[in-house]
Design a protein around this ligand. Structure first.
Ligand code: IPE
Ligand code: IPE
Ligand code: MG
Length: 245
């Protein structure tokens, strides 16, 4: 991406190939400022744009962000409406930005519950950016890991019933292929902002060997400095993958 900002010295850092982020704390950030929760979501969307650029600058190849969970429908209707309107705006404006910056965009999650115009914007964004060769940006919308596994298993069972697949051929790679993240390498680093230390139904299969980094910083305050802090901690971790070093 083009920029006139100075790149911080990252020569001592091990840059993860794939970073996943649970962007949490928009509501609390807004509340601290005596503003409605939705003000925090709007600021969060801006910070997401900056974070995508920052990840690209650092040489990260995949960024996955948790934007809306299958459980988030249980929030007040007004808040859900505002978030959906932000998606409308964001998905449409992203097409031009992603094309300009060579970003390939993929949306994971269950689509049928999205309103038709949002589902259409998702398809358009994916289709328009599918041949871009820069960073892959994966947005999780109406995503829940258990829901993803249920949908994947249903399709797999259907393929077995139709004799397209034998139960003996099912292995980890086959299961991976039935998930929304088929063809995407597993995240190396998971970041969750705003103090909570849980997965909230995010990428349960894919995070099997990721390094976890939790920070008290709320998502709307997440900056390049905070991203580099997380990568510094990641650099200091010893990833053994069950082996002895
Ligand atoms: C994350 O911020 C955004 C979404 C879940 C859509 P929250 O809205 O969860 O903010 P807090 O956690 O209530 O502060
Ligand atoms: C997880 O945050 C979902 C997203 C960031 C989109 P939540 O705020 O919904 O998670 P809980 O309810 O604190 O577990
Ligand atoms: Mg939250």
């Amino acid at each position: 991406m083009e920029t006139d900002r100075e790149l911080p010295d990252i020569s001592s850092l091990k840059i993860p190939r794939h970073v996943a982020i649970i962007m949490d704390g928009n509501g609390r950030w807004a509340k601290m400022r005596h503003k409605p929760r939705t003000y925090g979501h709007a600021k969060g969307a801006e910070v997401l744009e900056e974070t995508l650029e920052n990840c690209d600058h650092l040489g990260i190849r995949y960024l996955t962000v948790y934007a809306f969970s299958t459980e988030n429908w249980a929030r007040p209707l007004e808040e859900v409406k505002v978030i959906m309107n932000l998606f409308r705006k964001y998905l449409i404006s992203s097409v031009e930005k992603c094309m300009k910056n060579n970003v390939r965009c993929i949306v994971i999650g269950e689509r049928s519950r999205l309103s038709p115009d949002i589902a259409e914007a998702v398809c358009h964004l994916e289709e328009a950016t599918k041949d871009n060769t820069g960073i892959t940006f994966i947005i999780a919308i109406n995503y829940g890991s258990r829901d993803e596994i249920v949908r994947g298993v249903k399709r797999l069972a259907g393929d077995v019933a139709a004799n397209l697949l034998s139960p003996d051929d099912v292995n980890e790679g086959v299961i991976q292929n039935y998930l929304d993240t088929a063809d995407i390498p597993d995240p190396d680093l998971l970041i969750r902002t705003s103090g909570e230390e849980r997965l909230s139904n995010f990428l349960l299969w894919q995070l099997a060997y990721a390094e976890f980094y939790f920070t008290d910083v709320p998502w709307p305050d997440f900056s390049m400095e905070e991203l580099i802090k997380a990568i510094r901690v990641y650099t200091s971790r010893d990833r053994r993958f069950g082996k002895v070093k």
